[in-house]
Design a protein around this ligand. Structure first.
Ligand code: NI
Length: 243
């Protein structure tokens, strides 16, 4: 499942992150690549122990944790601390690869299975040419170039690349998620069900009389169908979640 989350960062957070990382010292992107991806990777990356990286990471992490769409789409168990990269000039692309299945955080030794790969766009798409994230899936290639502040989640199992940036510069934040639900198909089903239940409850609310006169305010939202479907959601999650 590919999922777009609009404005995962608000404008002030985006400005803070950009200011922090643009002023920092960048390194060759191969510092976190495996042997195959290292051979096709040509970008720059922010060393994760820099204070600027830590501060920017904190802003992103706080924004993600409060985002309900991110939580319902990813069902995160563990998030690899966000990293930052930039593409431009001679270091401008990253060829086809699959991300390593397990990332081990250098500072903590913690392992994260990369069920979901994430890219948070940090540059105005009008400010650069190229730089599309191209993800291969069963429908063919998905070419992704979102507004600054928008996030894409895609399966960690996907072959993907970043097209050469031929004008300007593409800044991004990237990271991986180990999900409570390992299977992409199961996560997708849960996501669809969650969205449908949310819509059903909203419709219940809109249909409810303005002044019911009796009963509790939540009664209109929690129709018997909504209650039972919510129960099914949680029972599926209980069946599939590894926590
Ligand atoms: Ni990758």
């Amino acid at each position: 499942m590919l999922l777009r989350i609009h404005q995962a960062l608000q404008a002030d957070e985006l400005a803070q992150v950009r200011q922090l990382i643009l002023a920092a010292d960048w390194a060759d992107g191969r510092i976190t690549a495996g042997s195959q991806s290292g051979a096709v990777k040509n970008n720059r990356q922010l060393p994760e122990d820099l204070p600027a990286a830590q501060q920017a990471r904190h802003i992103v992490s706080v924004a993600l944790a409060r985002n309900p769409l991110f939580v319902t789409g990813a069902l995160p168990k563990s998030v690899y601390p966000p990293l930052f990269n930039r593409y431009g000039g001679h270091a401008n692309h990253f060829g086809d690869h699959i991300d390593n299945a397990v990332r081990t955080h250098a500072a903590t030794g913690r392992h994260v299975r990369t069920d979901i790969s994430c890219t948070l766009f940090l540059s105005d798409p009008a400010s650069y040419d190229g730089g599309e994230l191209v993800v291969q899936d069963t429908y063919g290639e998905q070419r992704i170039k979102f507004e600054a502040g928008d996030l894409v989640l895609y399966p960690g199992t996907s072959v993907h690349r970043v097209e050469p940036v031929t004008r300007g510069e593409r800044l991004a934040c990237f990271f991986w998620i180990e999900s409570m639900v390992r299977s992409d198909a199961q996560r997708r089903l849960l996501y669809e069900m969650d969205m449908a239940i949310t819509s059903l409850r909203q419709k219940n609310l809109e249909r409810a009389p303005q002044n019911p006169g009796q009963g509790q305010p939540g009664d209109a939202i929690e129709s018997p169908e909504a209650v039972r479907l919510t129960g099914c959601y949680h029972n599926l999650l209980r069946m599939w979640a590894g926590v």
